[in-house]
Design a protein around this ligand. Structure first.
Ligand SMILES: [Mg+2]
Length: 304
């Protein structure tokens, strides 16, 4: 079984300092280490190694701890990772600066390992509770539209209803074209603004009360359309595509337009016992892939 214990990232330019902390925390936690800010940020940003807590040295050459903390706190995917500064700088001013940079705690060297362990344990349990609350919520924090959990619920309900009524249920899966390039070029703040604008336009374009949409992943949005066949879904998808074109959000790094565009995949089924909602999702995903392969900024379906 994979180890799912909380992951702690220890950042310090002096390997001996890392070793002391790592030895104290291993056993109870998984531990990753970095000896400079750039490596720490790379580890924190990779979704497969995202830490649950970071112990961060303040004084490091090139990028100091304040800057690392600032970068973590200004990136949506890393802003909720609690940071504890571990430092020899014991002045009130330093401590204040650390807490203002967004750290949850401040440990001054030389430290007692028992105290470090107790503080780490406290912040880890808070982190686990926060994560749980986020999963339980039904609204995506950034865009304000329903999240994936809400969508899964709605899809299952509509699936059952479609089966009872023997009515076609459709899905549109959409994805912002070249969004990674957008983020890299314009920065994460602009990336968030773009996601919000796209979510709002898509939301406003749905017109039947029974239609629902959700943010499905990073730059992926999905619509669930009851009582809709494939033709109807394709018409709706084309309206979604146009609504994003009309925003005219500049995108210098897109290979298909000078502005932000989306690709879309449609699928529809009459739900039955031989089929599952996952099959419908999978088909829509394959049609999204087809739209991308055919040049993006377009709608893909089994008819295209
Ligand atoms: Mg140092």
């Amino acid at each position: 079984m994979p180890d799912t214990s909380p992951l702690i990232l220890i950042v310090d330019d002096v390997p001996a300092n890392i070793q002391v902390l790592a030895e104290a925390l291993r056993g109870e936690y998984r531990v990753k280490v970095a000896t400079n800010g750039a490596t720490a940020l790379a580890i924190a940003n990779a979704s497969e190694s995202r830490p649950d807590l970071i112990l961060l040295d303040v004084m490091m050459p090139e990028m100091d701890g304040y800057e690392v903390c600032h970068k973590l706190k200004s990136t949506p995917s890393t802003q909720n990772i609690p940071v504890i500064f571990v430092t020899a700088k014991g002045d009130v001013i330093d401590e204040e600066r650390g807490l203002q940079a967004g750290a949850v705690d401040y440990i001054i060297k030389p430290f007692h390992l028992a105290i470090v362990k107790a503080r780490v344990s406290n912040h880890i349990s808070l982190k686990i509770k926060t994560d749980m609350l986020e999963t339980l919520a039904l609204i995506d924090g950034l865009t304000g539209v329903p999240n994936r959990r809400r969508l899964d619920e709605a899809l299952n309900n509509e699936w059952k209803r479609g089966m009872r009524e023997q009515q076609s249920l459709a899905i549109i899966m959409s994805d912002i074209d070249f969004f990674k390039a957008y983020n890299d070029h314009y920065g994460h703040g602009a990336g968030d603004q773009c996601l919000k604008a796209v979510a709002k336009a898509l939301f406003n374009t749905l017109n039947r009360p029974s239609d629902m949409m959700a943010r499905y992943g990073g730059e992926e949005f999905i619509a669930v359309l009851p009582h809709t066949d494939l033709q109807g879904a394709m018409q709706m998808a084309e309206r979604w595509r146009q609504s994003i074109e009309e925003l005219q959000i500049p995108h210098e790094c897109s290979a298909v337009a000078h502005h932000v565009t989306i690709s879309l995949g449609c699928a529809a089924m009459i739900p039955s016992n031989n089929l599952t909602p996952q099959m419908l999702l999978k088909q829509a995903d394959q049609m999204l892939y087809r739209a991308k392969k055919n040049g993006r900024n377009r709608v893909g379906s089994s008819l295209t």
